[in-house]
Design a protein around this ligand. Sequence first.
Ligand code: ATP
Ligand code: LTN
Length: 327
Amino acid sequence: MKRVISGIKPSGELNIGGYGGALQPFITIQHEYECFFFVPDLHAITVTQDPKELYQRSKDIAAFYIAAGIDPKKSAIFIQSHVPAHAELGWMMETQSHFGELSRMTQFKEKSDGKDSVSAALFTYPALMAADILLYQATHVPVGDDQKQHLEMTRDLALRFNNRFGSTFVVPEPIIQSLGSRIMGLDDPSKKMSKSNPNRNSCVLMLDSPDEIRKKFSKAVTDSEGSVHLDWEAKPAVSNLIEIYAVFSGDSIAAIERQYEGQGYGSFKRDLAEVVVEKLIPIQERYKEIIDSEELITILKDGALKASEAAKATLHQAKRAMGFVTF
Ligand code: ATP
Ligand code: LTN
């Protein structure tokens, strides 16, 4: 059986980077795999979160899953902290993680860079992520390119545990899309479009109005060449815009290059904004319908039940393998 687990942190307002790298692939994948999509709130608190914002954003991410097209009748949608097995197995995985390998994680290095003090949980973050995945015996994990290293560590931990304590966990494979797995900032194509970036013009948010979206794309940096073609080395800013166009329209890169041959960036950027607006409007409408509804609460309760059932068996097996007293 092929099983998928993945999640988007409620650490800021969701933007089209998370949509391209994660949410859109989730929608495609749900028909081929048994899926678990969750809101990693325990991961979000590895950096400081305002409680009111964490509350709202956790509901937001769940609502976006549904609004973007994940069918809660087929896939479990739940909040990480509603399934305590994550924290339990997370602790067990910490005991199997080495200080050296955790120190090499680029996400930790980036998020701790220049800070006087960071939480211990930010350091051990990959052990909890491994637990998220291994608990469900997931065979595949759809993620953006930036999560490759964490997935590699998850695989190492699964193999290490299996070798030491006997075969317990499935060793998962990442699924990284060729298009949209690394959408960069609109103001700076050397930096990933990120929820945590304070510059509001660097990213298009899932809830931006059509006019805001148009304004942000019109301000997006390009280059002086005036030619719409993909070349990540020489033209990173324009290549990023072409990739966003491809993700949101479903058109191939070649078709986009052909369509804008001999034209400057003006009409390309205007059309790009419309392609994004067209995709986001129905998602925004559905989001507004469900964000404060009973339906959302019911979906999250059902999802947590289904996830707890699936997680229980693996947690029990892992505890027994390690020598815990279990009944
Ligand atoms: P933060 O900046 O707070 O760490 P994030 O947006 O990087 O947040 P998540 O929201 O947890 O992190 O990411 C959810 C998923 O979306 C992950 O699989 C991640 O790889 C993917 N993702 C995030 N940003 C991008 C991006 N700019 N391009 C493609 N995929 C992305
Ligand atoms: N670390 C991921 C979020 C995340 C995740 C997971 C993704 C936490 N647990 C399990 C896939 C599977 C991030 O920062 N994007």
